[in-house]
Design a protein around this ligand. Structure first.
Ligand code: BJW
Ligand code: ZN
Length: 237
C-alpha cells in the first residue's frame, strides 16, 4: 500500500522539504483559491491578487483581504498542520515552504518555515515602506492607511511580483539538498512554487504528493496519496 511505502521512507530521511498550499488549510475552514468555494464574489484570484487590481481599486482588493482575514481569524490549525510540527521535531532537518499567507503553520508551531508568498497579518506602506503586524479584523477603515497617511497593502506576493529574494533562495537551496520531498494541498499552477518539486525529482529524490485531487504533478510524483491532508499526514507519523 502506498501509505505504508511512504511511511517507511520517513525514518531514513535526513533532510525533508515540505511544500504546502491552500489545501492544507481547507480543513480549518479557510477557502482555497481554485475549485469549489474558491471564488469570492465571482472574482478569480488572478483578477484580485495583482498590483494593477490594487492600483485600480484598493477598496475592492482590501474587501477581499478583510473577508479572508475574518475567516482566518476564526480558524485554528488542523491535524495536518500539527502533523508537520511533529515531523519537524522527529526529522534531523525539515524545511517547510508554504505558499499560504494565513499564518496557520506558525500558529501550529512550525519553526523552520519559509512563507514565500508573505503573510496577510502584515501590512506594508506604499509611501514609507514600513512593514507592520496588523491583527485588526474586520478593519475599521478600508482601505487602511499608515500613520504617515500612505496607502497600506497586504504584505503578500501578488502575480507579477518577485518572491522575497532571500526566502526563495533558501527554498531552492532546500529542495536541491533534500532527500525526501512532500507536496501538500497545492494545485501546482502558480510559479515558481509549481516547479520546486522538479528540483528534487531531477536528482532522483522521492517526491510524495498529498492532495484531494490530481494535479499536474501527479503524473511525475514518486507517490501520490489522494485524500485530505488532515487525515493522511497524521497517518504517516
Ligand atoms: C486539498 C484539500 C485537503 C483542497 N487536503 N488537498 C512561468 C510560466 C507561466 C507563468 C509564470 C511563470 N513564472 C511566473 C509566472 C507568473 C505567475 C504565475 O505562476 N502565473 C500562473 C497563474 C500561470 N507567477 C508569479 O507572478 C509569481 N511571481 C514571479 O514569478 O515573479 C517573477 C519576477 C521576477 C522579477 C521581477 C518580477 C517578477 C508570483 C506568484 C504569487 C502568487 N500569489 C498568490 C496570492 C498571494 C497572496 C494571497 O494569498 O492573497 O498566492 S495567488 C494564489 O495562488 C496564492 C497561492 O499561494 C497560490 C497557489 O495556490 P494553491 O496554494 O496551490 O491553492 P489552490 O486553490 O490553487 O489549490 C488548492 C489545492 O488543494 C487543490 O489542488 C485541491 O485539490 C487541494 N485540496 N482541499 C489536501 N483537505
Ligand atoms: Zn507609511
Amino acid at each position: 500500500m502506498t501509505l505504508e511505502a511512504v511511511r517507511a521512507l520517513l525514518p531514513g530521511a535526513r533532510s525533508i522539504a515540505v511544500l504546502t498550499g491552500a489545501g492544507i488549510s481547507a480543513e480549518s475552514g479557510v477557502p482555497t483559491f481554485r475549485g469549489p468555494g474558491g471564488l469570492w464574489r465571482d472574482f478569480r484570484p488572478e483578477d484580485l491578487a495583482t498590483a494593477e487590481a490594487f492600483a485600480n481599486d484598493p477598496r475592492l482588493v482590501w474587501e477581499w483581504y478583510d473577508w479572508r482575514r475574518q475567516k482566518i481569524a476564526a480558524a485554528k490549525p488542523n491535524l495536518g498542520h500539527y502533523a508537520l510540527v511533529t515531523l519537524e521535531k522527529r526529522a534531523p532537518e525539515l524545511t517547510l515552504i508554504t505558499q499560504n499567507v494565513d499564518g496557520l503553520h506558525p500558529l501550529a508551531g512550525s519553526r523552520n518555515l519559509l512563507e514565500i508568498h508573505g503573510n496577510l497579518w502584515r501590512t506594508r506602506c506604499l509611501s514609507c515602506r514600513k512593514v507592520r503586524d496588523s491583527r485588526e479584523a474586520p478593519l475599521a477603515r478600508i482601505p487602511p492607511r499608515c500613520p504617515c497617511e500612505g496607502l497600506l497593502r497586504p504584505d503578500v506576493v501578488w502575480f507579477g511580483e518577485p518572491l522575497p529574494y532571500d526566502l526563495l533562495k533558501r527554498a531552492i537551496r532546500c529542495v536541491e539538498a533534500c532527500d525526501l520531498m512532500l507536496v501538500v494541498g497545492t494545485s501546482g499552477l502558480v510559479q515558481p512554487a509549481a516547479s520546486m518539486a522538479d528540483a528534487a525529482l531531477d536528482r532522483g529524490v522521492p517526491v510524495v504528493e498529498i492532495n484531494l485531487d490530481p494535479t499536474p504533478l501527479s503524473g511525475r510524483a514518486s507517490y501520490v496519496l489522494q485524500g485530505k491532508a488532515g487525515e493522511i499526514l497524521p497517518k504517516l507519523l
